[in-house]
Design a protein around this ligand. Sequence first.
Ligand code: 73E
Length: 839
Amino acid sequence: MNPPLNQMLQSQIQIEDDRTGLSIETLRRAIADNLFYIQGKFPAIATKHDYYMALAYTVRDRLLHRWLNTLEVYLKQDVKLVCYLSAEYLVGPHLVNNLINLGIYEQIRQAVEESGLNLQQLINTEEEPGLGNGGLGRLASCYMDSLASLEIPAIGYGIRYEFGIFDQEIKDGWQVEITDKWLQDGNPWEIARPEAAVSVKFGGHTESYLDDQGNYRVRWLPEYIVKGIPYDTPILGYKVNTANSMRLWTSEACESFDFQRFNVGDYYGAVDRKVFSENLTKVLYPNDEPIKGKELRLQQQYFFVSCSLQDMIRIHLNEGNTLDNFAEKFAVQLNDTHPSIGVAELMRLLIDVHYYPWEKAWEITEKTFGFTNHTLLPEALERWPLGLFGHLLPRHLEIIYEINKRFLDQVRLKYPGNNEKLSSLSLIDERGDKYVRMAHLACVGSHKINGVAQLHSELLKKTLLKDFYELLPEKFTNVTNGVTPRRWMVVSNPELSQLISSKIGENWIKNLDELRKLEGFIDDGGFRQQWREVKRKVKQDLAQYIHDKLGIIVSPDSLFDVQVKRLHEYKRQHLNVLHIITLYNRIKQNPNLDITPRTFIFGGKAAPGYHQAKLIIKLINSVGDIVNHDPEIGERLKVVFLPDYNVTLGQRVYPAADLSEQISTAGKEASGTGNMKFSLNGALTIGTFDGANIEIREEVGEENFFLFGLKTEEIDQLRAQGYNPQDYYNSNPELKAAIDLINSGFFSHGDGGLFQLLINSLLYLDHYLLFADYQSYLDCQERVSQAYKDQEHWTRMSILNTARMGKFSSDRSIREYCDKIWNTSPVPIQMKDYVQADG
Ligand code: 73E
């Protein structure tokens, strides 16, 4: 006998209420339940981390409803899916972001407090997943947030590295790398889906055969097979019901294969293979390392791309489709060349596995992929030695040869007899040792190619991909990067967010252009006062953090001059240091000098093998040691290097900055995204004509932006004339004094040789033109110092920076990708049950 309907409903509501209810009492009970039943702890023995886990599960329960509903709608409606293929995601902490996007921060805070706990402390317990190096990975995560917030069906595919980007410690001023064991204490946000595992082949050889109908076919007989297991993490949009998935693959040994070896008595071979298979997704590669001999990196790339494409095909066929309309149902975006092997892999799957003819397979492939380029730096361009490539992926090499043959025929048609063009466009670099050029594969196999800021997209067409642009101009477009205002304002700067909302309401969080309304309050002295108070409060918090971590006392009334980003010579952290040393010298020469007090704050990791970058970290710390302890300098200058810069720390730093340092050599920084986060939080920028700085300046107005330095064309001219850094050194006494002071060993206990490599590279090469830009930078910094003295005016400029940041929301970027590249539109999710997102 079935129970009566109302009893059934009641029990259902009871169950749902425990998992989904939002009353303080229900939340409190849910946390206690999870502590007991999931963590297996009672309060007397529970640690902070146990409570964090209990809370995380409580929040995840409230997410699951939306997540499953979303998946069901996608399946039923057979929607078009955006598949973002990225080797990196810099997710940042989930808990607080989910609280904001669910709109339950306040309820949870109260429930946690009623449990005798502190929400901020629990939030701080979370170990962030550092599955990326820097901007590129963080961009992927901002885009995931915007895709969900705009209700665009999407999956973010990537790699579940067991060890993410290393943790950085500073010992004696030097960077020391520590393994990032982010999974050690468990990850409450992911769900393993072993039922969706796939197999990935490696090595071996190919052979041709005739099928039953007499068609010529190729089969790939691999040397070994690795299993890919997906782990899904829900990515909830802001106050919508859409929760997309980030699907990260982990590698495991393929059991049947190992057993085979075991059965023939090769026990150690089987164990080796198992260890090998599991090593594949073990660790994230730091960037700025030469890729020579990094076979494992190509394995990682192929592994996650093959898993993801097989997954898409499975989803598509399960919905009753054939692959004929694959490109109408999947828009696959290549986040740089790291996943570009996908072009050859989709061809292989279509031709060898699903028996499509070449032409049809190629049409589907080209329509499916879009390619985003993120850098013009020649050393970052991925090329794989032909031998290594063919050994690992013999079938793909054959396919690439065929793609190349057909492509070069097209080139010959357009440029008859032009061997130059053939060699520069070829997918194979044959100028010396032979390489597969991954950017060329991505360009040929995608229907759209985009750069990440206007200048960058223009330079792509003029330099790196000039020949491709001439041949295929219709493929080229630009989508300027953006950042999510949810994480980079609402989560990280609640005080400023509240002030803004008190004036213009909350709509700006979903429609960042609405920040413009703040301009209407610019003449309101009371509002400017509140603006300053918020900034001071946030600076005070950062000052406290600096004191707690490093024991350095900094004044929240000094100008917080901040440069946080990966360490790289082109980003020119050492130009910033030359400014500090120059100010130091000025005070030493004139002890009563009245200067605007500044706190110089640095943060960022150097690639473990990038010696010059590590030396710059040491230099910053060495200069800090002297400056911070010189009584003659006093409060006027402080230098702080924040160890282990990551998303969590970024959330503390951006809101507290007065000045944002965006000082890369013009033409080198493709876009930058930190520049946007600073400006959004009301910092003013000192910056070069580079990347998105140009567009930021255009938006905020040139009078609210401190521009300096040579432009790209000027740099080209200077180089053409023959750039000699010594000319600048010899003719600029302040520059000479700064360099000489470093060389004298003043900052290194008399060891004049310590920074020699760095200094010599400036004196004799200066590849990134620090000396050429030095005076312009100093003059500009002087204008900054003067401007900061007029606090009322500075506040106006700060407000205008925030007010005019609408363009740099990742929501705008994603809308552009949808229109220009993916041809997709929103699919709102109605909740089937009674749970609705508020707002
Ligand atoms: O300018 C940034 C850009 O804002 C660029 O340097 C960065 O991508 C950001 C997002 O578009 C970037 N990262 C990499 N290449 N460009 C990269 C290269 C190899 C490995 C990991 C990352």
